[in-house]
Unconditional design. Structure first.
Length: 451
């Protein structure tokens, strides 16, 4: 890339990018204010606000979204008559989980073995820095040829839909000819990838009750209905013997036609233990990009340490269901709730509560914007052609934007390749990927302006 002036500029800006990402990662911006102070998220939002203003953005604002969090907005005018591109990222992060399991402190950016470690480094504070790098590189090489809008969300990881509702209430705010979502990732480091599909998601809390209170297992066990055992039966009913997701009435046999995910590569990426089988049927790509997948995210029950010999009166679980494009998340939620009720044994009382929901997304990869991105990625990644892949995760905002602006092209790129281990301990970002994707985004804006 050294012969390309945009690439040379981005390379010269990488020390600054590392310093800025260090500052951003230091904010413990988990948008669950029962776990982390609101001031941490506000600090990150203010940092981004200052960064946009320093780059000459106008109308920079902290948007108070309906879920009680803040998103950051800014507008940078381009040449008269130019196209408008919206750049998206989010500054909120997942909790670090077990901080003791991290090799490095989760809220410090630490360089180790050629990668930068820290919560949010890839997902998605690195995306914020990627956008800044691309814009700075263009400024240094003839200027920014499009109108640029930036929106940085404050609660994407919580799935509470604050920015989605705000966008619906203020549809004029995020209008654009093309939207670049910087919250996806390459199929593998070094393979330039756009994400063509996202699975939708529904999140349901399940409560099972059987008794007025816990009972002595010696005196009553064997006849008294155990709520925890009933819940386990319900959860087990959501999977077939091979581990495939089985929700009554929900199809699970779709096939992915495109880039494939080899079994061994998946085992290595997922760090599956030796001798443990992968679950489900069909190809890995079928399973993670084209079919529904249920996951039990948590169970409230007595911990092993300190447990008493009791029959449990109540138990609850949080269940996630990912659904592929073509499946309505609202309908899938109804089917999940009906399945849970139908499979609850012994007449136990069961209730479900909807916690979050988002529709699946499918991009039009034949659009002009994708041609501009393919050309840009070929320069940023010499010798590589742009690939299209699916992503098993969900970005509910994509469908909201697609519904609000049906003529707008939406591209998904980002830093969350498999080695990044987003949402897990030891999240990290490849500085090489940050550099190359920043170059690709900058060149895309140039190509798209001229298309």
């Amino acid at each position: 890339m050294s012969s390309n002036p945009v690439a040379e500029t981005v390379a010269s800006l990488m020390p600054r990018a590392k310093a800025e990402l260090t500052e951003l990662v230091a904010f413990k911006s988990v948008a669950d204010f029962d776990q982390y102070p609101r001031s941490e998220s506000e600090g990150a939002a203010n940092w981004i606000t200052d960064a946009l203003r320093s780059e000459g953005f106008q109308d920079v604002a902290l948007l108070d979204t309906p879920d009680g969090t803040q998103s950051v907005y800014g507008f940078l005018p381009g040449p008269e008559g130019a196209k408008t591109v919206l750049l998206y990222a989010h500054y909120d992060v997942q909790p670090p989980l077990d901080e003791a399991a991290w090799t490095t402190p989760p809220f410090e950016l630490v360089e180790l073995d050629g990668r930068w470690y820290g919560r949010g480094s890839a997902d998605c504070k690195g995306g914020v820095v990627m956008h800044l790098l691309a814009l700075r590189a263009l400024k240094a090489n003839g200027g920014i040829p499009v109108h640029v809008k930036v929106i940085v969300e404050g609660s994407e990881e919580q799935g509470t839909g604050g920015l989605e509702r705000y966008a619906e209430q203020h549809p004029e705010l995020l209008t654009a000819d093309t939207i670049v979502i910087g919250d996806a990732g390459n199929f593998r480091a070094g393979i330039p990838t756009v994400t063509a599909t996202l699975r939708g998601m529904t999140l349901v809390r399940v409560q099972v009750d059987t008794l007025e209170g816990n009972l002595h297992s010696g005196q009553f066990g064997g006849a008294a209905p155990d709520a925890l055992a009933a819940l386990i039966r319900v959860l087990d009913s959501l999977r077939a013997k091979d581990g495939s997701t089985t929700v009554d009435g929900l199809a699970g046999d779709s096939v992915w036609d495109g880039l494939q995910y080899e079994d061994q590569a998946f085992r290595e990426d997922a760090k599956v233990l030796d001798g443990v089988e992968l679950i489900g049927s069909g190809t890995v790509a079928d399973r993670v990009w084209a079919r529904p997948a249920v996951t039990v995210l948590g169970i409230d029950c007595p911990p092993v340490v300190g447990a008493t010999p009791s029959v449990q009166a109540g138990a609850r679980a949080l269940v996630s269901l990912r659904v592929p494009p073509g499946v309505d998340a609202v309908e899938a939620t109804k089917l999940l709730e009906a399945h849970i009720e139908a499979h609850t044994p012994w007449g136990a009382r069961v209730s479900t509560e909807r916690i979050g929901q988002g529709q699946a997304f499918r991009a039009d990869t034949s659009s002009p914007a994708y041609a501009s991105m393919a050309e840009a990625m070929a320069v940023a990644y010499p010798g590589q052609e742009m690939q299209s892949a699916g992503m098993g995760g969900s970005i509910p905002l994509c469908n909201t934007l697609a519904s609000l602006y049906p003529q707008t092209e939406i591209l998904l790129i980002g830093l969350s390749e498999p080695e990044a281990q987003i949402h897990a301990v030891n999240e990290s970002v490849s500085p090489d990927e940050l550099e190359r994707l920043s170059v690709a985004e900058a060149l895309f804006l140039q190509n798209y302006a001229a298309s």
